[in-house]
Design a protein. Sequence first.
Length: 556
Amino acid sequence: MNRLMGIFRVDVLAILAVSFLMAGCGGTPQDQDVEADDGGIDIVIQIDTGNDQGGHDLANPDVGSDVSETSTPDIPVEIPPDEVPPLVVATYPMNEETGIPTDFVVRVTFSEDMRAVFLSADFLKLFDVYGQSVPGTIEYDATSFTVSFTPESTTQIQSLAPYSFRISGSVQDLAANELGSDYTFRFSTRGPDGMDGYREIASRYAPRLYQATQILAPQWDYPTSVNFDLDWNMDNNVPSLEAAQSLPIWVYYDVIETYTHYFIRYMYYYARHDDSTFVFGNQVSGTMVVVQKDPEEPIAVETYFGNGGFEDIRSFVTTESGLVIDDGNGNYNDGDRRKYNANWVFPKDQLFPGGHFQNYITSKSHESCAWIQVTKEDSLDFKCQLDSAMKSTLNIMHFSHKGTDAETLNTPFAYKNSEGSDVGYGLRLAIEDWWVRRDRIDEGQMFGATIDYVPPQGMAGSGMVLPGNFRPSPTGTTAGGKSPWRWEWEPATMNAYLYYTEFSEGTFFIHPAYYFAQRHRLTPTADASGFSASYCYNPYLQIDKRGTTADCSSIN
């Protein structure tokens, strides 16, 4: 920092004597030394007035020259060196800021003027989610001490993607003081316009949750946000919830659209998973509602959960959907359902009363099941167990989406309420809370690892970085601890399925149309006939055709 700081201790008589002599009214100073280093940082001025007796007493002009003067000692004038390192005082975007336009320009403001030679691509770098450096143009404004980085126009800046900007600790101010350590800030870009329309779709079919609870600590069975304690640190969510006096009720969602269907995913986050095999922090289970666009009506529900070593995706379809074809005896739930890989078949008004699936979720292990399903489809299956007798013994909290944000439950936390007095849950967009932070795999962040997605042969998405397990789940393969983008289908028993298909991790979430077609033995089409696998909107694949074709004009 360039400052003049000094202590001037100069005798008044000496200063006046020098001024008088310089004006030609006295003798010439015997000595005048100016010492300065070549760097222009340390300056010491020494003035020796000597013992000149020829001048007048300037302090007493009426006194003659015969008044003797005492000599004044040499007094240094010191300007200390600038040893204060520069600071970063502002950035755009701010650290952890989301929703940034994709045509952003990064700006960093320092506390003082900087050496421009260090403000170059060797010292300032923008990184994408893959850790690749993004090329760009750098400009520096010495008036405001602000450097700007503009990504090259040929670079595709992705929507809903994390970026980080790093400033080397070697950058210097004009006095050669270094920043000292690297300075990194992170931000993410916003999604395409018109995503609010998908929120309306998600609200229209939002499930009613029949959440089983444990009496002594029901809050562990409340679905909430991963950031309920406001620090984005999932490592401390368990102790944070233990100390919590209130908890907001949230459900995450996203929507994928093809030419013919909506795939609406609802995700339930719990601060702790607890079953006989595993106890760990941070678990997600969920439900996917499949909606036919023309005419618009729900046709199926796929529920997901992980428990122990199993990851199950259960399929419940409507009679009207045609996904299961009756063999002529009027019973869809004999061998028919197994031929088409459905767990059970119900009339639409029973599976979706009032348009909403009734989602039963177990206590502690949080298995996502169907409240209407009271008959086991296989005697060996020990998950999602429920019958009419069990229902009367369960403590149930009823949650539903009322079109508003989350309602909050306070201590003492309730372990049950009556149907009709539902607590309202809010909807949060998973792609804006989780997906844009998929690179946060450090301690105190969100995820324990990332994986490279391997899509089905010939399909888009190769090399995508997917979030792995939530921190601090035991491993990236522990069922229940995985992020939704790593869900698989590994059922507890194969007996219920005649057409089991293995999918690579991520396919259920990245390519839901492909998953659904494979599971239910459908032949996907490229146009709007039949069951289309062509996407109008798939933000994970950076696909957005809304408004460009007649089949993709419903939401834009």
